[in-house]
Ligand binder design. Structure first.
Ligand SMILES: *[C@@H]1O[C@H](CO)[C@@H](O)[C@H](O)[C@H]1NC(C)=O
Length: 334
């Protein structure tokens, strides 16, 4: 079983695992350095796109049902998603029946999930994928379904019995809890904003849980989400998170150390109006002065891949960035 933020744990100490999830939900929590799951989780989560649609009469193709998850599992397998690393198919809120069963266990809504979560887990596993599920730390889920407060052991055992691989343990209806959502959606965003999400996701080593309709995704968005160079930055084995180097005049510069002494650099234009802007930065200021000694090759990965060429430590880099867009670069030894 794996926690959403990428911590892998052995299949015992279920209650501890629940406690761990609560702790990991707090902003500022850091990855546990136990040598396991050092790269961010990649997968798909239904919430941002399908929310709490439980009306399968009116909207059979977009209600939260086993059919929806089976279709997504099929596409993750057949459309190249699994091949580039998207491994977890995650159920969010609203999968439950309104009441626990006679033994106090959570149960899936019988109309929408006639095969139960165990049946769905088997199907998802047969596609070479893993299944994530959702519960809430408090008395109710965000959408008002039964919460896990007072039932942590039972729920952990139930999910383990079903063969669930990951839990998103939400923090609604729970005093003192912060709500943290680690989901990248790609619906309703401009192209430049999508590029910014993808670039910052890579720089910050954040879990990539898409929330979109894989049955109707534009070729452009699909190519962005399946961009192997950008995914490689997110999944870089050095496992160091990026940070903001500077912010000036509505431009942010982020950088992240990578393995093999390479660096990723993202330049974000926060301005929503106006046209593309030029930004100039000295090569020597990147990578704590070490990104480019004595010189390096710079490749632009986003918004389109192109070689910028050979740069010396003493030179400047001049980049053009669209409003709300980002330019993502990789600096590597020559
Ligand atoms: C759940 O409800 C009980 C009873 O009202 C309360 O004592 C408890 O603090 C609540 N739990 C949370 C996490 O808010």
């Amino acid at each position: 079983m794996k926690l959403e933020n990428g911590i892998q744990q052995p299949g015992f100490l279920l209650a501890l695992r629940f406690l761990a999830l609560v702790l990991w939900s707090f902003p500022g929590a850091r990855a546990l350095d136990n040598g396991l799951a050092m790269t961010p989780t990649m997968g798909w989560l239904h919430w941002e796109r399908f929310m709490c649609n439980v009306d399968c009469q009116e909207e059979p193709d977009s209600c939260i049902s086993e059919k929806l998850f089976m279709q997504m599992a099929e596409l993750m397998d057949s459309d190249g998603w699994k091949d580039v690393g998207y491994e977890y198919l995650c159920i969010d809120d609203c999968w439950m029946a309104p009441k626990r069963d006679s033994k106090g266990r959570l149960q899936a809504d019988p109309k929408r999930f006639p095969g139960g979560i165990q049946g769905l887990a088997n199907y998802v596993h047969s596609k070479g994928l893993k299944l994530g599920i959702y519960a809430d730390v408090g008395n109710k889920t965000c959408a008002g379904f039964p919460g896990s407060f007072g039932y942590y052991d039972i729920d952990a055992q139930t999910f383990a019995d079903w063969g669930v691989d990951l839990l998103k343990f939400d923090g609604c209806h729970c005093d003192s809890m912060e709500h943290l959502e680690n989901v990248i959606g790609n619906f309703g965003l401009s192209w430049d904003q999508q590029v910014t999400q993808m670039a910052l996701w890579a720089i910050m080593a954040a879990p990539l849980l898409m929330s979109n309709d894989l049955r109707h995704i534009s070729p452009q968005a699909k190519a962005l989400l399946q961009d192997k160079d950008v995914i490689a930055i997110n999944q870089d084995p050095l496992g160091k998170q990026g940070y903001r180097l500077r912010k000036e005049d509505n431009i942010e510069v982020w950088e992240r150390p990578l393995s093999d002494l390479a660096w990723a650099v993202a330049m974000v234009n926060l301005q929503e109006i106006g046209g593309p802007r030029f930004y100039t930065i000295s090569i020597a200021s990147l990578g704590q002065g070490m990104a480019c000694i004595p010189d390096c090759i710079i490749t632009q990965l986003l918004p389109v891949k192109r070689k910028l060429g050979f740069y010396q430590w003493t030179s400047d880099l001049k980049i053009q960035i669209n409003p709300t867009g980002t330019v993502l670069l990789r600096l590597a030894a020559n």
